[in-house]
Unconditional design. Structure first.
Length: 381
């Protein structure tokens, strides 16, 4: 992993009495969205892969990881660093540090050197174990008392909830145009903003944005998969357009992303403004490439870590209960059993094609996105 030029010193917190109040205070301070993460490591294991999965779980990502070899912890640690840089996380507190193996402590110190996160190790006994002494011997650190560092935090402010949408399917008109079969080759142009081309994707309500962001963050630990689906949600792009994005096409702050259309099959190359809820996802995808390969020429929505058994984009969308608007269901008769939901229909729409007659539509009863106006070929009168 690349190194942060000036990482902050490690803070060693001594809690010799193993006071439950201090543990509760550290866990109460856990707020990934606010930049603070508290990790309670899995006991009785010296596996660095398990510790990395504990960090991913504390970040709200599903763990353990099954798409990488079980004997290689490097992908998991790279994903930890990418998410910490993307969210961003500024404080990482690890409880029960006196029980960690020296390999795990070395992994934490390397993570701090890579991301610049403020690492706090809590030792719940009077004497430092040998592994912890060795890990800190060559690392700049400072010792603090639990009473001063692990004070009871203020209760977090109430945030607007999305409980009404938690268990429902969300139908997004932007996903109507996701399916495609055309080929879009690579392009190195400087694309104009989407609004200059007169392109306006469907707009999501605020609560829907929050729920979509929550599902994408909690749905996978793979940044490229979450970022690709997020981009489809706010750009109404097709899979062929999404495949053209490279790491250099995304701003490092996640504010913009450029999708290419070299042959003007749709509406040409254009640069999209990334909404605030999707920026951490695109940053995480870009940081994964930069941490793993150090280059910006790779395709943004691919995994440089070599994952396997990752679901297709449409399958991942269905796992997150996201889909395009579906055909109307027949009305249920009285005193009849409710039938299970039919399989999700992914239509083939040419709503955003520059030459809409070049591709036959297969809508299967699904409605077109808002603002759709059917066009005729120039030779049809």
């Amino acid at each position: 992993m690349p190194a942060c030029p000036h990482p902050p010193p490690v803070t060693l917190v001594m809690d010799p009495r193993d006071d439950v109040t201090h543990t509760r205070a550290a866990l109460a301070a856990h707020d990934p969205a606010g930049g603070r993460v508290t990790v309670h490591p899995t006991p009785a294991t010296g596996s660095t892969l398990t510790l990395a999965c504990d960090i991913l779980a504390a970040l709200g990502k599903p763990a353990p990881l099954t798409a990488y070899p079980a004997t290689d912890p490097s992908p998991a640690w790279t994903l930890c660093a990418a998410w910490i840089l993307a969210i961003p996380v500024t404080h990482l507190t690890v409880l029960r540090a006196h029980l960690l193996h020296q390999r795990c402590l070395a992994g934490l110190i390397a993570l701090r050197s890579c991301t610049g996160v403020r690492l706090t190790l809590v030792c719940h006994q009077r004497r430092l174990p040998r592994a912890l002494k060795r890990a800190l011997a060559s690392t700049q650190h400072q010792v603090a008392d639990a009473e001063a560092v692990l004070a009871q935090p203020e209760p977090p402010a109430d945030k607007p909830g999305t409980g009404v949408l938690r268990r429902r399917w969300i139908s997004l008109p932007a996903l109507t145009t996701l399916k495609s079969f055309e080929d879009s080759p690579a392009c190195a142009c400087t694309a104009p903003p989407a609004n200059q081309r007169g392109f306006t994707p469907p707009i999501m309500p605020t609560l829907t944005e929050q729920e979509v962001a929550r599902r994408l963050h909690a749905g996978t630990a793979h940044p490229h998969l979450a970022a690709e689906l997020a981009t489809a949600c706010f750009t109404a792009a097709s899979t062929s357009q999404l495949a053209t994005a490279r790491v250099q096409d995304a701003a490092l702050d996640g504010s913009t992303v450029t999708l290419h259309d070299r042959h003007n099959v749709r509406q040409g190359c254009m640069t999209h403004i990334v909404p605030a809820w999707a920026r951490p996802l695109l940053r995480a995808a870009a940081f994964t490439h930069l941490l793993a390969t150090g280059t910006r020429d790779d395709r943004l929505f691919t995994d440089p870590l070599g994952s396997t058994r990752v679901p297709f984009l449409t399958d991942f969308a269905e796992e997150c209960r996201l889909r395009p608007p579906q055909p109307p269901r027949p009305r249920r008769r009285k005193n009849t059993r409710r039938k299970p939901l039919p399989p999700t229909v992914w239509p083939l729409s040419n709503a955003h094609h520059y030459l809409p007659w070049a591709l036959p539509e297969v809508m299967q009863g699904c409605p077109q996105p808002p603002g759709y106006k059917p066009k005729c070929a120039p030779y049809v009168r």
